[in-house]
Ligand binder design. Structure first.
Ligand code: 5GP
Length: 211
């Protein structure tokens, strides 16, 4: 029996290291599929169409919304971001655990639509480390860094809506922890309805055969 995959949503502050973590997870373990989102923001240097994102114009994005092509979408810092439906559905049906690396509004939409989604929140060990990571990138000015810190403070309010909080201190430890949480999730009784049914039927047949 091919068990359906788990939908896993991963969010975290800008600077939490969630992108690096997801790459490590996909490199180290099989059975994960990372969804590629569509966005209206411009590509950053080094980003490729279809790898980091599908880059769309606002008109194209809004047409996709009208066609119902997204599992969820949200506006974040003046741009649209959305998860295309087709890939997620195909991969889940094929038994893959599908990872969506998305921000909080999208995460909560997904949980509302699909309550069995696993929501993970990634945080650096402290505000100090977050600040250092943002400064260390060297790509943002002080004003942007201050805005990101302020946004992190707002986002921290929403952490209790997630199922797990993962502190990203050491990459290898954190990757292994995420993998084990997802594996544990597979064993939950709510995900084993078919197996429970079969087991009950088998027991009845077995007992009938015994008589
Ligand atoms: P960035 O522009 O830095 O790549 O992403 C900005 C934020 O948008 C990040 O928090 C990222 O996780 C989030 N994001 C990326 N793709 C999606 C998506 O498909 N839906 C939603 N709701 N957020 C997304």
């Amino acid at each position: 029996m091919n068990e359906k995959g788990i939908l896993v949503v991963v969010s975290g502050f800008a600077g939490s290291g969630k992108g690096t973590l997801m790459k490590a997870l996909l490199n180290q373990y099989e059975n994960y599929a990372l969804s590629v989102s569509a966005t209206t923001r411009n590509p950053r240097p080094g980003e490729a169409e279809g790898r980091e994102y599908f880059f769309k114009t606002t008109e194209q994005f809004e047409e996709m919304i009208r066609q119902g092509a997204f599992v969820e979408y949200a506006k974040y810092v003046n741009h649209y971001y959305g998860t295309p439906k087709a890939y997620v559905e195909e991969q889940l049906a094929a038994g893959k655990d599908v990872i969506l690396e998305i921000e909080i509004q999208g995460a909560l939409q997904i949980k509302e639509k699909f309550p069995e989604t696993l929501l993970l929140f990634i945080t650096p060990p402290s505000a100090e480390v977050l600040y250092q990571r943002l400064t260390g990138r060297g790509t943002e000015d002080q004003k942007t860094i201050a805005l990101r810190m302020e946004r992190a403070r707002e986002e921290a309010e929403m952490i209790p809506r997630y199922d797990y909080l993962i502190v990203n201190d050491r990459l290898e430890v954190c990757t292994a922890q995420i993998h084990s949480i997802i594996q544990g999730e597979h064993a939950r009784t709510i995900r084993k309805k078919e197996l429970i049914c079969t087991m009950k039927e088998d027991l009845v047949h077995f007992l009938e055969g015994e008589r």
